[in-house]
Design a protein around this ligand. Structure first.
Ligand code: ATP
Ligand code: MG
Length: 245
C-alpha cells in the first residue's frame, strides 16, 4: 500500500519580506495528518512566518507550501476564503470584538462564512463547551481573563470544524496554570484528529506536551548540528580557565 502524502509540505520555502529582510530561508518540512507540532526558536526565527504562509496571509517568495495537495504559491486571492475554511487560525492577539459577548464573537464569525442564524443558535453552545467557556457565554471579552479570552479565540477558530488548527503563541501571556489548560485543549482537539501547528516560546509547555518539535533559527530549521559541532570542538580543544598562580 502506498504511504499517504504528508498533509502539510514545506518545500524549500523562502519568504522575503523585502529586499533586505528574510522571514524564511529555505525550510523543508513534512507534517502528517493528525500530527501535533511545535515551532520553536528565538524571536525573529520565522515561526509566525510559517503560520502566516499556511494561513495564506503571506505568499512564498520561492519554494512552496502545500496543504492537502494544494500549492499555496499558486493560490489566487479568490481561492483564499475557501482554503481558510479548512483552517482554524488562533492569532496571537486573540482578535476578539470587544463590544460583542463571547457567544456573539463566535456567532459573528459563523455568519461571516455564510452560516444561518439558526445554525449559530444550534452550534455555538457546543463549540463553547468544547473549549470549556460555555459558562461565560454572556460575558464581554474585557470581563474575561487572558486564558478565557484565549479559549474564545480557539472556539472561534473551530467554527468550521477545521482539520487543521494553527495557533501563534497561544500561551503567550498566560501563567503556567492557564497555559496548561490551553495546551490541554489543543492536545484534546488533536486526539480527536485535528492536525495542530503551534508557534511558541513556551519551553515548559513544549516539554510537558511531549509532541514533535521543529526548532528554527534565522529562518531555517536548526537541526542542532552547531551544538554538536561546538561540543565536539570543545572536546578536542578544551578551554582552559585562567587561574592565578
Ligand atoms: N511584515 C513584515 N515586514 C518585514 N519584516 C518582517 C515582517 N514580519 C516579520 N518580519 C521579519 O521576518 C523575520 C521572521 O519574523 P517572524 O515574525 O516569523 O519571527 P518569529 O519567530 O515569529 O518571532 P517572535 O518569536 O518574535 O514572534 C524577522 O526578522 C522579522 O523582523
Ligand atoms: Mg511570532
Amino acid at each position: 500500500m502506498a504511504t499517504p502524502a504528508p498533509y502539510i509540505q514545506l518545500k524549500k520555502l523562502e519568504v522575503a519580506y523585502n529586499d533586505y529582510v528574510s522571514g524564511l530561508r529555505g525550510v523543508s518540512l513534512d507534517v502528517n495528518r493528525g500530527e501535533f507540532i511545535f515551532l520553536c526558536g528565538q524571536t525573529g526565527s520565522g515561526k509566525s512566518t510559517i503560520i502566516k504562509v499556511l494561513s495564506c496571509q503571506v505568499k512564498p517568495t520561492k519554494g512552496d507550501a502545500v496543504i492537502d495537495g494544494r500549492s499555496l504559491a499558486s493560490v489566487t486571492p479568490e481561492e483564499v476564503p475557501m482554503l481558510r475554511r479548512k483552517i482554524g487560525i488562533v492569532p496571537q492577539d486573540f482578535g476578539l470584538l470587544p463590544n460583542k459577548k463571547v457567544w456573539e464573537n463566535v456567532g459573528y464569525a459563523m455568519r461571516a462564512v455564510g452560516r444561518s442564524k439558526h445554525e449559530v443558535r444550534d452550534e455555538v453552545p457546543a463549540i463553547l463547551e468544547r473549549v470549556n467557556i460555555l459558562h461565560r457565554a454572556d460575558a464581554y471579552p474585557t470581563e474575561l481573563s487572558g486564558g478565557e479570552q484565549q479559549r474564545v479565540a480557539i472556539a472561534r477558530a473551530l467554527i468550521n470544524n477545521p482539520p487543521l488548527l494553527l495557533a501563534d503563541e497561544p500561551t503567550g501571556n498566560l501563567d503556567p496554570g492557564h497555559s496548561d489548560e490551553i495546551i490541554n485543549i489543543l492536545l484534546d482537539l488533536n486526539s480527536q484528529g485535528t492536525t495542530i501547528v503551534v508557534a511558541t516560546h513556551d519551553i515548559m509547555q513544549v516539554e510537558r506536551a511531549n509532541q514533535r518539535v521543529i526548532q528554527l533559527a534565522g529562518g531555517m530549521i536548526d537541526k542542532g548540528d552547531h551544538d554538536e559541532e561546538l561540543l565536539q570542538h570543545m572536546h578536542e580543544d578544551p578551554l582552559e580557565f585562567p587561574t592565578e598562580s
